[in-house]
Design a protein around this ligand. Structure first.
Ligand code: NAD
Ligand code: MG
Length: 328
C-alpha cells in the first residue's frame, strides 16, 4: 500500500476556498485549528448559543449558524457525532449545497450505511485521523502529525483525492503518513476493531482478568495492578517494539507462560465470536441496532455505562489513581 507523505500533497487544492468546519468537539476543534495554522481559510458552523460557539469564538474563529456556514463554505467538514450527522445534514446542509462543493467526513459510517445520501454533483471524501482529536492538535503543535486514512466516495470535480490529501496535509497527517482506503473498508474495519479489540475486547479481558483474581481471594488492589495497571506498560512495549520486542523485555517465565497458556485463555472460540460480530457489522445489523438505540435516547448505553462505572475494578482503580496522583 502506498503511504502518502508531505511531498504527495498540495495545499493549492484548498487555495481560494473557504473550509466550513461543522462541529467543534474532539475532531472539529483540532482539525479547524490545524488547518488555520496551515494557512487555510476556516470558518465554523455551530448551534447558536451552544458551548462550542463561545469556545470557537474565543479561539478566534468566525462562527456562523450551520446553514450560514454551509452557504459561505466550499468545503464542508462534517465533524459532529455520527448519530447527529443525518439530521444536521438534512436540515442545514442539503438545502444549501451548491454544485462542486466538497463534503468531507472523518468516519465513513453515514455514507457507507446510507444514512446520508449526497447529490451527484458534489465531491464526497473522507479524511480520518487515526487518533483522538486532542492528540491530532498536540502532535501538530510539536511539528508532527498523526496518521490518517483518506477515501473518495464521489469524485465530481476530478480532484477529490487531491483535495482529501490537501486536508490531510493541512491537519499534519502527511507528516506521519496517509493511506488511501474506501468508505466501506474504513467503516467496517473501524467498527470491527473497536468492538472486538480496542474497546470491547480489551474491557472484557481486563474485567474477567480482574474478577478471576478477586474471586480466587486475592486483594482487589493487587488484582487491579495485575489485570489493569500493568496492561498499559505491556501495551507501551508492544507499541514501541512489537509483540516480539515486548516478549524479549519480560522475564523468561512470563514469556513461556504467556505463549504456552495464552491460547488456552483466548482460544479459537473467541475468534469465532469475533467473526460473528464482524458479520453483524458488515451486513449493517450493528449500524441499525445502534441507530435505533440512539433514537430511543441511548437508554441501554447509559445503563451499561453506569454498570461499568460501579464495577469493583473501577472503584479500586479510582482509589489507586487518586492515591498515586493520576486522577483528581
Ligand atoms: P464530538 O462528540 O467531540 O463532537 C461534539 C461537537 O459536535 C460539539 O462540540 C458540537 O460542536 C457538535 N454537536 C454535538 N451535538 C450536536 C447537535 N445535536 N447539533 C449540532 N452540533 C452538535 O465528535 P467527534 O468525536 O469529534 O466526532 C466527529 C467525527 O469524527 C465523527 O464522524 C467521528 O466518527 C469522527 N472521528 C472521531 C475521532 C475521535 O477521536 N473522537 C477519531 C476519528 C474520527
Ligand atoms: Mg473507531
Amino acid at each position: 500500500m502506498k503511504l502518502y507523505m508531505d511531498e504527495d500533497a498540495n495545499m493549492q487544492y484548498l487555495q481560494g476556498k473557504t473550509v466550513a468546519v461543522i462541529g467543534y468537539g474532539s475532531q472539529g476543534r483540532a482539525q479547524a485549528l490545524n488547518l488555520r495554522d496551515s494557512g487555510v481559510n476556516v470558518i465554523l458552523g455551530l448551534r447558536k448559543g451552544g458551548k462550542s460557539w463561545k469556545k470557537a469564538s474565543q479561539d478566534g474563529f468566525e462562527v456562523y449558524t450551520i446553514d450560514e456556514a454551509v452557504r459561505r463554505g466550499d468545503v464542508i467538514m462534517l465533524l459532529v457525532p455520527d448519530m447527529v450527522q443525518p439530521e444536521i445534514y438534512e436540515r442545514y446542509i442539503a438545502p444549501n449545497l451548491r454544485e462542486s462543493m466538497v463534503l468531507d467526513f472523518a468516519h465513513g459510517f453515514n455514507i457507507h450505511f446510507g444514512y446520508i445520501n449526497p447529490p451527484g454533483d458534489v465531491d464526497v471524501i473522507m479524511v480520518a485521523p487515526k487518533s483522538p482529536g486532542p492528540r491530532v492538535r498536540e502532535k501538530y503543535q510539536e511539528g508532527f502529525g498523526v496518521p490518517a486514512l483518506i477515501a473518495v466516495h464521489q469524485d465530481h470535480s476530478g480532484n477529490a483525492k487531491d483535495i482529501a490529501l490537501a486536508i490531510a496535509k493541512g491537519i499534519g497527517a502527511t507528516r506521519a503518513g496517509v493511506l488511501e482506503t474506501t468508505f466501506k473498508d474504513e467503516t467496517e474495519s473501524d467498527l470491527i476493531g473497536e468492538q472486538t479489540v480496542l474497546v470491547g475486547g480489551l474491557i472484557q479481558l481486563i474485567k474477567y482478568g480482574f474478577e478471576n483474581l478477586v474471586e480466587l481471594g486475592y486483594p482487589p488492589e493487587l488484582a487491579y495492578f495485575e489485570a489493569c495497571n500493568e496492561a498499559k506498560l505491556i501495551m507501551d512495549l508492544i507499541y514501541e517494539k512489537g509483540l516480539t520486542g515486548m516478549l524479549r523485555a519480560v522475564s523468561d517465565t512470563a514469556k513461556y507462560g504467556g505463549l504456552a497458556v495464552g491460547p488456552f485463555v483466548v482460544d479459537e472460540r473467541v475468534k469465532e465470536n469475533m467473526k460473528m460480530m464482524a458479520e453483524r457489522v458488515r451486513n449493517g445489523e450493528f449500524a441499525k441496532q445502534w441507530v435505533e438505540e440512539y433514537r430511543r435516547g441511548s437508554k441501554e448505553l447509559k445503563r451499561m455505562m453506569s454498570e461499568i462505572e460501579e464495577h469493583e475494578l473501577e472503584k479500586v482503580g479510582r482509589k489507586i489513581r487518586r492515591i498515586s496522583g493520576l486522577e483528581e
